[in-house]
Write a protein that binds this ligand. Sequence first.
Ligand SMILES: [Zn+2]
Length: 53
Amino acid sequence: MKTNKEWHHANRMPVNADIEQRIAWHIEHAKNCGCREIPEKLKLEMKKRNIKI
Ligand SMILES: [Zn+2]
């Protein structure tokens, strides 16, 4: 999948994003764009929180 530039433009990652914000961002990102995978570290945090990817 290619980069969804419009989505990225409208959904910037906050500069000092905490883990919750990063998770939320990556969930939305995965739905809208395929330019990169969710980092393993974040996947682990999502598992701990019982968030399905
Ligand atoms: Zn992307």
